[in-house]
Design a protein around this ligand. Structure first.
Ligand SMILES: Cc1ncc(COP(=O)(O)O)c(C=O)c1O
Length: 302
């Protein structure tokens, strides 16, 4: 009875992103009731293995009392504190410091966001501001990779390169360019890792030269293309792309929104190839997925 009325209320009022509206209306919502570890239980009592870990975010699993208690303690003491102006709060300052300690290289400055899309969006603003401040306002062109995903905000979704996020939404913008994915499966250059890396380098060089190197603001890459199909590029790929950006003086942004916080083994996937990006976006797993949140890391050298 309760579940049925929820299904009707959902049909009438709740918008579900990334769903076929007609299909969803016909099937009805699956109401999740509770969760423990890696298992979620729906309103009919059916248990499901949460292979997706929420939306790639519940890295620690569900039901950790220590996390719940820490959140409740903070809610009682100081549930909200902005970092605008000269204001701050102990948890935000300590978290920024702990994260800077653990981030690759000199990524020592942390800007907290509402999630991954907001983090990507923020880097676009930082990058534009950076080039304006450096007296190079003409650097306003951005390059990302086909099958990449960089969120669902208007500008971030333009860096995303999945057709369903573009069709009918008026994006990508004309300043958002793409190069082919280093997809190792059915890549036109075959499956030799060196050939795939060489093809990506050639494609990035060609795109930079086509637009004009003095016009390029930044290049965005995920260490593993997640939403585009969990595409793992060959070893050495991200290091080679990072180096090419350095040669051209283009900012390199690593989007670690889903690879960050231990998903690939080390805390950040960039460390697997010992690269230090100019900016790094993160989100999922930052608060073990219990509170949606993201962060942009900015390097000292920027
Ligand atoms: C690489 C990448 N960037 C950005 C985002 C956007 O993050 P959010 O869903 O927190 O807005 C995602 C989401 O999965 C992502 O995988």
């Amino acid at each position: 009875m309760l579940a049925n009325s929820l299904i009707e209320l959902d049909r009438a009022h709740l918008i579900h992103p990334v769903a076929s509206y007609r299909g969803h209306e016909a099937l009805g919502v699956r109401v999740l009731k509770s969760a423990k570890g890696a298992t979620v239980t729906d309103a009919s009592g059916r248990q499901l293995l949460d292979g997706f870990a929420g939306l790639w975010c519940v890295n620690a699993g569900y039901g950790h009392d220590s996390i719940v208690e820490a959140a409740a303690r903070q809610m009682r003491e100081l549930p909200y504190a902005t970092a605008y102006f000269d204001l701050g709060s102990e948890p935000a300052i300590r978290l920024a410091s702990e994260l800077a300690d653990r981030a690759p290289g000199d990524l020592n400055h942390v800007y907290f966001t509402l999630g991954g899309s907001d983090a990507v969006d923020s880097t676009i603003r930082f990058v534009r501001y950076y080039w304006n401040a450096r007296g190079e306002p003409e650097r306003d062109q951005f390059i990302s990779i086909e099958q990449g995903y960089h969120g669902s905000s208007v500008v971030g979704a333009g860096l995303t390169a999945l057709p369903a996020f573009h069709a009918g939404f008026g994006i990508p913008f004309e300043w958002q360019h793409k190069i082919p994915s280093p997809y190792p499966y059915r890549n036109p250059v075959g499956d030799d890792p060196n050939a795939i890396i060489a093809a990506s380098l050639a494609a990035l060089k060609a795109k930079i030269e086509e637009i004009g190197p003095e016009r390029i603001a930044a290049f965005y890459a995920e260490p593993i293309q997640g939403s585009g199909g969990v595409i793992v590029p060959p070893k050495g790929w991200i290091k080679a792309m990072r180096e090419l950006c350095r040669e051209y003086g283009i900012l390199f942004i690593a989007d670690e929104v889903i690879t960050g916080f231990g998903r690939t083994g080390p805390l950040f996937a960039c460390t697997e190839e010992d690269i230090v990006p100019d900016f790094m976006t993160t989100a999922k797993g930052l608060t073990s997925g219990y509170v949606p949140m993201g962060a942009v890391f900015m390097a000292d050298h920027v």
